[in-house]
Design a protein around this ligand. Structure first.
Ligand code: SF4
Length: 362
């Protein structure tokens, strides 16, 4: 259990939200009563122990996400954290323990046994928050940040780029809110209109692709000016505070996801659990998803990050591929240092196309 290199990331999905936001297609629902929550927490604790025994290896990160983890109350969150510490040899001194929170919920931050908070701010503009269908307003977000800052300096705020009615000015205000709060990490996701969400069938006037792209490029520049490093397409960090857990997803590392709809990658196997709580609780059936760690996958994920990918072996004798990379560089989509490729901000906007075009040469 002590081999640090063998450590995995542990994710626990809390499938509860007080109400669905207008853009969200994550698996979550409003629990009927506290029993639903307490039963799920008990099941999660026993699943953590079962997996701990089965894998018999340590974890060096725990991420409790959702859904809305802050909805299940502080004692329940601590039960899950305690189980993970015991079953996976985690400790809050050396390991990252993150809890996602919603500004609307009452959390006793003083007794919460995490060392990192991730808060869904989404916007510092009340009109945008209401369009997104969030439960909180700006004042509540401010109060919550002030409260958890008494105990946590390592915290991240989520921001949405491309909310209807968002302007460069309002986005700048939101980013200023994050910067002035001393957030050490900011995740900025471009709004996607997902099926089965209220946004999908709404008549709202959404920003077009060019407008969203402009806002993304503005965000990249603005956060850079304020000392943030963009280490993944949507993730910005002050030096040293990148999300160790999330980075495993892009860095070909193992992670175990517990809970309905949670995905795992253990060794070369990917699997997930049904996005249905009753189904999940009945048999905890692992659904095979495919092989992990293929060359294509490693390249695709690495190119999302600022580490990039070095094609020195793949393209050693491939002059066509090298010529193509030079073209992509000239067009402003990639940075090229010898055979080391990273995406530019412009490249991040069309990452799937850029990466697929490079993969054609593999
Ligand atoms: S709180 Fe988060 S998980 Fe819940 S509906 Fe809103 S965006 Fe989705």
């Amino acid at each position: 259990m002590s081999n640090v290199n063998n450590s995995l990331g542990l994710y626990v999905h809390i499938p509860f939200c007080a109400k669905k936001c207008n853009y969200c297609n994550f698996y979550s629902f409003a629990p009927k009563n506290a029993d639903v929550i307490n039963n799920y927490v008990d099941d999660t604790v026993s699943e953590i122990y079962r997996w701990g025994e089965r894998l018999s290896r340590p974890a060096d990160s725990l991420y409790i996400g959702g859904g809305t983890p802050s909805l299940i109350t502080t004692p329940n969150l601590n039960k899950i954290i305690d189980a993970a510490k015991k079953a996976f040899n985690l400790n809050e001194k050396n390991n990252e323990i993150t809890v996602e929170i919603n500004p609307k919920d009452d959390i006793d931050f003083k007794s919460l046994k995490a060392n990192r908070i991730s808060m869904g701010l989404q916007s510092a503009n009340d009109t945008e928050l209401s369009i997104l269908g969030r439960r909180h307003n700006l004042n509540e977000a401010k109060e919550t940040v002030n409260e958890f800052k008494k105990y946590f300096s390592n915290f991240s705020l989520d921001v949405i780029i491309g909310t209807p009615k968002q302007t460069k000015e309002s986005l700048k205000n939101t980013l200023d809110f994050c910067i002035n709060s001393n957030a050490v990490h900011i995740s900025c996701y471009m709004l996607k209109i997902e099926k089965n969400t209220p946004f999908y069938n709404s008549n709202l006037l959404f920003l077009n692709d060019d407008e969203v792209s402009d806002l993304y490029l503005f965000t990249c520049d603005y956060l850079k000016e304020h000392g943030f490093i963009k280490y993944e397409i949507s993730n910005f960090t002050k030096p040293g505070f990148y999300a160790k857990h999330n980075f495993k997803y892009w860095d070909n590392k193992d992670y175990l996801g517990i809970g309905p709809s949670a995905h795992s990658r253990i060794g070369n196997k990917r699997f997930y659990y049904s996005a249905d709580l009753n189904d999940y609780l009945t048999n905890h059936k692992e659904i095979y998803e495919g092989t992990a760690g293929t060359k294509e996958e490693i390249i695709m994920l690495a190119l999302r990050t600022n580490k990039g990918y070095n094609f020195k072996n793949e393209f050693k004798n491939n002059s066509n591929a090298l010529l193509f990379l030079k073209k992509l560089k000239k067009a402003g989509y990639i940075n090229l240092n010898g055979t080391l490729v990273t995406l530019t901000n412009k490249g991040c906007l069309t990452e799937n196309t850029v990466i697929a075009s490079i993969l054609e040469y593999i």
